[in-house]
Design a protein around this ligand. Structure first.
Ligand code: FUB
Ligand code: ZN
Length: 612
C-alpha cells in the first residue's frame, strides 16, 4: 500500500509570491468587505437577501424568503473565505463572521435542520425535492465553512451547528428502516462530510458520504421518481424532462466511464470519490476516478482548464466538442477540477494531475476575477465578440464566493508530505512549517513563476529527515537544470517528479526551467480549432485582445516562422509578461488569457488562424 500524502496545515503556509499573494490579498482587502455589503443587501443592483433570509428563518425578521434556493451558500462561502484569510493573519472580519454565525444559529431548527428556503417557504417539503432543492448541497457548504472556521480560529460554534445538521443528515439518509435511500441532486455534501470526518474523527460522517456515492444511480432512479411524482413542486422549469445524467445519477459512480452532465456537480462528486477511494483503499472507486479523469482531461477540457462545453444546463456534451465562443467553462467548475486533481495526485503519487490543476489555476481560475478584484466571470469563453464581461455579482452568485474562498486557500496545493518524501507540486513563493515525525521542518520557495522558470527551494529541519524531495517537473517543460548548493544534480524522475535523495538541511535546491513561447495545436478531432494555434508560455495560455490589436483583428494569423519576443510589463494589468509575435510582417500583441477584459471592451480570442 502506498503511503498517504498529507497536505500541510494551511495555517502554517505563508504565501509570499508576488502574483498569488496579490490575489489572496485582494480577497481580504476587497472581496470580503464588498461581499459582506452585498450579503447584507447594501449594494445597489447586485442586491442579495442572504442574511435577511437567515433572520427570517430564525424569526428575528418578518418577511419573505428571496433569491435562489441555495442562497444560504453565499454566506457559508463568505465565512470560509474569512477563515482562510484568518489563517493568513487577516482577522479583521472575524467579528462580522461571529455575528453572522449567531444569525445562522438562530435559523437552525431544534432537530438540527438548517435551510432558509425550506424553513420559510416549504417546511412540508423538507427532503422531498432532492433533485432541485439543494438542501444537501447547502449543508455541504455549511460544513466546509464550519471546518475551515474551526481550523482557523479554534471556535466551535459553527462547527457545532454544522455537526448537528450533519447528524440529522446521517440519521435521515441511508438504507436502514425509516431512512431515505436518496442522494443530492447537486453533489457537495459528500466531500464536506469527509472533511467533517477528518476534523471530528466520527465514522458516521464518512459512512454517510460513502452512502451518498454508493446509492447514486441505483435503479429505479430516485431523482426521476421525485420528478415524476404528481405532487412534485417544480423549482427549476428548465429541468422538466429530467435527464439523470445531468446530475450524474444515470449510472452508479463506480461504473461511470465518461464525464457527463453538469460540470460542477461532476467535479464535486469526483472529488469525494477520490477522497473515499484513497481513505478506504477502494480499487473499484479508484479506477472509476482514473477513467473519469482521463475522459475529462483528454477529451472534454479546454486548453485553459475550462470544462463544460454547453451553456444549456451548464454541462458536458461529447468528446472533442469544445466550441470557443458559445460555451460555459464556469469558474466554479475549474476550481472543482483543481480539487479533483489535487486528490488524484495525492492518491496516485503522480505529478501529471498537477498539469491540469495548474492549467485551470493559471488560466480560468485567475481569469475568474478582475485585476482590481471587484468583478467576476461566471462563464469563461475562449473567444468573445466584445460583449462578455465580468460582473460584480450574479443572481446565481456561486462563482464570486467560490473564487474568494479558493484564492486564500491556494497554499493547500503547493506541498504534500508522506512517510517517504516531501512533495513539491506548485511553484508559488512561500514559507511553510510542517511537523514531520515530530520534527519541525521549514520549506521555503522563492520564484517569479509563472513568468520565469527559476525556482529556489530550501528545506530546513531540526534533525535529519531521511526523506526524498520530489519536485514536480511540469509537462510543458522540455529542458531544465537542477542543482543542490550550486552542484548540478542528475536526478531520476518518477511519475513526473524529479527525485532528490541526497540532500541535507539548509541546502539550496535550484530548479531552472526553460520557458520558451510554444505554438500549441489542438487535438485534430476538435473541429472548432482546425487550422488554428494557441500560444502558451510555461503554464500560461495567451490571447489577443482587440485593444492591443485594433487594426485587422479578424485577419491576424500565426505562421511557422512567427517570431516571439517576451516583454516584461510591470505596470500593465498588475504586472504581466506579454508576447509580441511578428508574423508575415504583422505584429500581434498577446497577453495572458487570465488578464483579459480588464481594459477597453473589445474582441478576444485564444485560438488564432495558422497560415502554413
Ligand atoms: O446549483 C448551484 C450552483 O449554481 C452550481 O454549482 C452552479 O453551476 C450554478 O448553477
Ligand atoms: Zn459558479
Amino acid at each position: 500500500m502506498a503511503s498517504k500524502i498529507t497536505i500541510p496545515d494551511l495555517k502554517k503556509i505563508r504565501v509570499t509570491d508576488p502574483l498569488f499573494s496579490h490575489y489572496a490579498g485582494m480577497v481580504a482587502k476587497k472581496m470580503i468587505p464588498v461581499q459582506w455589503e452585498i450579503l447584507n443587501g447594501k449594494q445597489g443592483q447586485s442586491r442579495c437577501f442572504c442574511i435577511d433570509n437567515f433572520r427570517i428563518a430564525g424569526g428575528t425578521l418578518q418577511g419573505e424568503h428571496r433569491g435562489v434556493v441555495f442562497g444560504d451558500t453565499d454566506a457559508y462561502k463568505w465565512l470560509e473565505a474569512v477563515a482562510y484569510c484568518a489563517n493568513n493573519g487577516e482577522t479583521e472580519y472575524i467579528p462580522q463572521a461571529d455575528e453572522l454565525i449567531e444569525i445562522i444559529g438562530q435559523a437552525q431548527q431544534p432537530d438540527g435542520y438548517l435551510n432558509t428556503y425550506f424553513t420559510v417557504c416549504h417546511p412540508e417539503l423538507r427532503w422531498k425535492n432532492l433533485t432541485e432543492g439543494h438542501e444537501l448541497y447547502s449543508a455541504g457548504h455549511l460544513i466546509e465553512a464550519a471546518v475551515a472556521y474551526y481550523n482557523a480560529t479554534g471556535k466551535r460554534r459553527l462547527l457545532d451547528i454544522a455537526a448537528k445538521f450533519a447528524d440529522l443528515i446521517c440519521q435521515t439518509f441511508g438504507d436502514g428502516e425509516g431512512q431515505l435511500p436518496g442522494y443530492p441532486g447537486h453533489q457537495e455534501i459528500e466531500l464536506a462530510l469527509v472533511k467533517l470526518w477528518r476534523v471530528t474523527g466520527e465514522e458516521r460522517y464518512l459512512k454517510t458520504a460513502r452512502f451518498f456515492i454508493d446509492c447514486r444511480g441505483r435503479t429505479p432512479n430516485y431523482l426521476l421518481r421525485e420528478m415524476n411524482d404528481p405532487n412534485h413542486k417544480v423549482i427549476f422549469p428548465e429541468l422538466r424532462n429530467y435527464d439523470p445524467s445531468y446530475s450524474q445519477s444515470h449510472v452508479r459512480p463506480v461504473e461511470q466511464k465518461t464525464m457527463e452532465g453538469h460540470a460542477v456537480r461532476a467535479m464535486y462528486q469526483c472529488s469525494a470519490m477520490a477522497d473515499l477511494a484513497d481513505i478506504q483503499q477502494d480499487e473499484a472507486l479508484r479506477n472509476a476516478c482514473q477513467t473519469l479523469w482521463d475522459n475529462v482531461t483528454k477529451r472534454r477540457m479546454y486548453i485553459t482548464g475550462g470544462i463544460g462545453s454547453s451553456g444549456l444546463l451548464e454541462r458536458f456534451t461529447v468528446d472533442y466538442d469544445l466550441p470557443n465562443d458559445r460555451m460555459y467553462c464556469e469558474s466554479c467548475a475549474s476550481i472543482g477540477l483543481m480539487m479533483f486533481g489535487q486528490r488524484m495526485a495525492a492518491m496516485f503519487h503522480d505529478a501529471s494531475y498537477y498539469e491540469t490543476v495548474e492549467r485551470a489555476l493559471c488560466n480560468t481560475v485567475l481569469g475568474g476575477v478582475s485585476a482590481a478584484g471587484d468583478r467576476y466571470f461566471y462563464v469563461n469563453p475562449l473567444e468573445s465578440n466584445g460583449d462578455h464581461h465580468r460582473q460584480a455579482w450574479y443572481g446565481c452568485a456561486c462563482c464570486p464566493s467560490q473564487i474568494s474562498r479558493f484564492l486564500p486557500s491556494i497554499g493547500n496545493y503547493i506541498y504534500g508530505t508522506s512517510d517517504k518524501a516531501l512533495w513539491v507540486n506548485l511553484f508559488i513563493g512561500n514559507t511553510t512549517e510542517v511537523t514531520i515525525d515530530g520534527k519541525k521542518v521549514v520549506m521555503k520557495q522563492e520564484t517569479d513563476y509563472p513568468w520565469d522558470g527559476l525556482v529556489k527551494l530550501t528545506v530546513t529541519s531540526e534533525q535529519p529527515l531521511g526523506k526524498e524531495l520530489r519536485i514536480r517537473i511540469p509537462g510543458w517543460c522540455k529542458s531544465y537544470t537542477l542543482s543542490v548548493n550550486g552542484n548540478k544534480v542528475d536526478s531520476t524522475t518518477d511519475k513526473g517528479y524529479t527525485v532528490i535523495k541526497e540532500w541535507k538541511t539548509g541546502d539550496l535546491i535550484v530548479l531552472n526551467m526553460d520557458m520558451p513561447v510554444e505554438k500549441v495545436s489542438a487535438d485534430p478531432r476538435v473541429r472548432q480549432n482546425t487550422g488554428k494555434r494557441a500560444l502558451q508560455r510555461g503554464p500560461l495560455v495567451y490571447c489577443l485582445e482587440e485593444t492591443d490589436n485594433a487594426k485587422d483583428f479578424a485577419d491576424l494569423a500565426l505562421t511557422p516562422t512567427s517570431s516571439f519576443e517576451v516583454k516584461d510589463e510591470p505596470d500593465n494589468l498588475g504586472g504581466i509578461r506579454s508576447i509580441k509575435a511578428i508574423s508575415n510582417g504583422q505584429t500581434l500583441h498577446f497577453i495572458p488569457y487570465y488578464a483579459w477584459d480588464n481594459r477597453k471592451a473589445g474582441k478576444m480570442k485564444v485560438w488564432i488562424d495558422y497560415q502554413e
